[in-house]
Every structure is written in C-alpha cells, then in structure tokens.
Ligand binder design. Structure first.
Ligand code: NAD
Length: 449
C-alpha cells in the first residue's frame, strides 16, 4: 500500500485467488446456522465488544487511514475512526428494539438473516463503509466475507484483529483481499454467497448486479453521486456558501455524498463566487499528518490523474475557472495533491456538471427561480444527497422534498448515523445505517396457523 502524501510503501497485502474466496465463503456458510440461532441479546453483546475493540484502536485506525487515503488527521480521527465506532455501537440498541416478529391474522411473520453476505467496499471511508455492512449483517444473524478496496485495505486488517480478539465464533467474519474486478467477481459469482452488498462506483455496481442476476442473489448497492447544494435567494449566503464549499472539499472531495454542484441565483453569482473563493483559500493542500491541514492528497496517482483530466475538461468546455486548476499545488512535488478548484458559469450539460469527479472540484451553476433550481438539481443520473439553504425553513423543506435523492440536509443539518443512507436512481439500491440498514440483511418468512 502506498502513503498518499509521501508515495512510500506503507504495507503489503496478499493477492487472493479463487481458493481463498472459496475457503472464506465455505467458512461463512458453516458458521451461518450457529450464528443465525444465537439469541439477539447475545449478538448485541458481541457488537458491544466489537465497538469497544475498534474504540481501543481508534488512534491507530486514524493514522493508518490518513496515510493510505490522505485524509487530514483531524478528520481521520472524527470520521474515519470515530464513525465506525458509533455505527457499530448503534446496533445493540437497535437490536433490542427491532420487531423481529409480528402477527398478521393467522400468520406469524418472522425476520431471518439473509445468509452469507459478501461485503465489497471502496477506499474513501474504508472502515466506515466496512462497518456500515459488517455491523448490521452480523446483527441480523448473517455471516460475512469482507473484501476491502485494494487501494486502502489496511484498516480491514485491524478490524480482523479486533474480531479475533473479541473471540467471535470462527467463520462469522472473514476477510479476503485481492485485485478489484477479477477477485471481486469471484466472490460475487460464488454459489454459496446469498447477498452482495457493494459500495463503490456506479460502473462496478452495474457489473455486480449483472453477475448476481445469474443466480438471483440479493444485491444492495451504494454508488456514486453528483449532489447539489441549492442556495435559495433568502439564505444566509456567508454560511451557506462556506459550509457548501467545506462539504465539497471534505476528504479532498472523495466523498460519495459530496455537494459537488452549487446551485445559486443567477443575480447573486458574483457575491457567491467572492465568498466561495475566500472559503476555498482555507483549504490549502498540505501534509495530512498536520492537525492544521484541511485538504490532503488524493488516495492514488490514478485518482489524481482522473481529477486533473476533469479539470482540463472544465476549462476546455468553457467553464470559468475561479480558483485552482490542473497543475500540482506549488511546493508539493511528492504526494497525490490537487489544487482545490472552483468553476463558475457551469452549464448542466458540461462534463464537470454531470460526472462524478471524486476530487476537490466544485461546479457553480446559476439558476433563475426555485423551480429551475429543482429541475437542474434533479437533472442527473445520480440521486444520492443534497443540501437546501433558505432563511425560511419551510420553503427549504418544500424544495428538499422535491429533490430526487436519498438524503437532503436543510440549512446544514448534521449527519445522522441512525438515519437511512443510500441513493435514488443510479446512486444505488437499498439503504444502510440504523434500522433500515439492519432490514437490508433480513429475509421475511410467514408461518400460517
Ligand atoms: P470501485 O467501484 O472501483 O471499487 C469499489 C469496490 O468494488 C472495490 O473493493 C473494488 O475492488 C470492487 N470492485 C470493482 N469492480 C468490481 C467488480 N466488477 N466485481 C466485484 N468487485 C468489484 O470504487 P472506488 O474507486 O473504490 O470508490 C469510489 C467510488 O465509490 C465512487 O464512485 C464513490 O461515489 C463510490 N462510493 C459510494 C458510496 C455510497 O455510499 N453511495 C460511498 C463511498 C464511495
């Protein structure tokens, strides 16, 4: 594995093959009956132990992910290490409340684990994305084979150690590693896998859904996004623009739910750009190990090249470059850094307004009125997230209800790890987190009396 800021090797992982996949899946299949029959209260206690194990290693998790992904250490501590602890820790309470059984007339409806789950995860929030699947799957009584991204797999090894130290029964959790499509597809095709839960690009999601269709496996997909922050004319512009820029640049823009399009009233565009430029200046690229850094490098050389290509496309297609650009930030010759970049006057048909860039690149699009803003926001194959800003919360809510996305934050509403997370349209299928995340891993059976 490569450190994103020094480009030095920081770890090596095994490149798995078909036999490794088979051994892991068979182990999960053998463990399934026992784990599924483990009383819910006991499963809740196991999850408490996993939460404690992750919390005890939070510092190491944060530094590991900060090195692999380039996440600034302050964000790595709160989000990369902190979020998996709160997500895992949410399930004991959810389990205690969850109605696993209900009566409908002469039927008893029981919810049972789906079975063996293949969890395939990306690199941007590697442990959070893993625990968003592993915690609810285990809570539901499923057994799991986790395949982390080859770009940032090291935290998954820490998780495996935590599982081992907690003493979870053998086969309940399994870890395999290998190279992207060829290795991942072995797992997806395996006949003993009952469900695939993938977080990744829309292209990978489509391919996995195709392969899973052959054996009608259940598929849950958390995919890409091109979310919009809709700033209405009566909003507090300083706050709305400042927070929206910070949202777009979080984790150097490598956030699936990032607001990468900022929709602003045409008449106020100049004022917006002035605030946006000022806000972007706070995101000076630098060493992710420093507590002052707000913008680290991208996770890989390949990702940096992809992002630079998009910036060049924005310039070529006539968008106005407000700040940033395709060249490496001054003084940073090592590391996968990209300048924080803002484009203005972006038209909805431009590539930078349509495709997921996954870097610190923000497109500002002008609109005429609320209806036009909603139309532009929804003019996307994606539908993951979004934000609405207005001085009138009920007006903001009306606009938020019209957005075709899985979540919308109103006037900077905080991320809620118990609320369902997932996408409309090509941003995915199904929901993670909280009780909705648990339901993903359950089958429904009805017994008639
Ligand atoms: P990716 O699609 O390249 O890879 C994701 C995972 O899928 C990796 O583990 C990879 O090895 C595996 N994979 C790729 N092709 C596969 C195939 N054909 N069969 C089986 N497995 C396969 O994505 P990435 O570059 O690691 O992550 C970035 C993408 O993830 C972005 O598009 C981002 O929006 C998306 N993402 C979505 C969410 C969400 O919750 N919606 C969260 C984070 C990231």
């Amino acid at each position: 594995m490569i450190d994103a800021s020094t480009e030095e090797v920081v770890g090596r992982i095994p490149s798995g093959d078909e036999q490794d996949v088979d051994r892991a899946v068979q182990a999960a299949a053998r463990a399934l009956e026992g784990w599924a029959a483990t009383p819910v209260a006991e499963r809740a206690r196991w999850l408490e132990r996993l939460k404690a194990g992750l919390a005890a290693r939070a510092e190491e998790i944060a530094t590991t992910i900060s090195a692999e992904v380039g996440t600034p250490i302050t964000v790595a501590k709160t989000v990369q290490a902190g979020l998996p602890v709160s997500v895992t820790g949410s399930y004991p309470a959810i389990l205690r409340e969850f109605p696993f059984e209900e009566r409908i007339g002469n039927s008893l409806i029981v919810r049972e684990p789906v079975g063996v789950v293949a969890a395939i995860t990306p690199w941007n929030y590697p442990l959070h994305q893993a625990m968003g699947k592993v915690a609810p799957a285990l809570a539901a009584g499923c057994t799991v084979v986790l395949k982390p991204s080859e770009v940032a797999p090291l935290s998954a090894f820490i998780l495996a150690e935590v599982v081992h130290q907690a003493g979870l029964p053998p086969g309940v959790f399994n870890l395999v590693t290998g190279l992207g499509p060829p290795f991942g597809e072995m797992l997806v095709r395996h006949p003993r896998v009952d469900m695939i839960s993938l977080t990744g690009s829309t292209a990978a999601g489509r391919r996995v859904a195709e392969l899973a269709a052959a054996s009608v496996k259940r598929v849950a997909l958390e995919l890409g996004g091109k979310s919009a922050a809709v700033i209405l004319e009566d909003a507090d512009f300083d706050k709305a623009v400042g927070v929206s820029v910070a949202n777009a640049f979080l984790n150097a823009g490598q956030t699936c739910s990032a607001w990468t399009r900022m929709l602003v009233p045409r008449k106020r565009q100049e004022q917006v750009l002035e605030i946006a430029k000022r806000s972007a200046a706070k995101f000076k690229p630098g060493d992710p190990r420093s507590p002052e850094t707000r913008l680290g490098p991208l996770a890989s050389a390949q990702q940096r090249e992809r992002v630079r290509k998009y910036i060049r496309a924005g310039i070529e297609q006539g968008a106005q470059l407000v700040t940033g650009g395709p060249d490496a930030p001054p003084g940073l010759s090592k590391g996968y850094y990209v300048q924080p970049t803002i484009f203005a006057g972006v038209k909805p048909e431009m590539t930078i307004a349509r495709e997921e860039i996954f870097g610190p690149v923000l497109s500002v699009l002008p609109y005429e009125d609320d209806d036009d803003a909603v139309r532009i926001a929804n003019d996307s194959m994606y539908g993951l997230a979004g934000g609405v800003w207005s001085g009138d919360p009920s007006r903001a809510e009306r606009v938020a209800r019209r957005l075709r996305t899985g979540q919308v934050d109103i006037n900077g509403g905080r991320f809620n790890p118990l609320a369902p997370f997932g996408g409309f349209k090509q941003s995915g299928r199904g929901r993670e987190l909280g009780k909705f995340g648990l339901e993903e891993f359950l089958e429904v059976k009805s017994l008639q009396f």
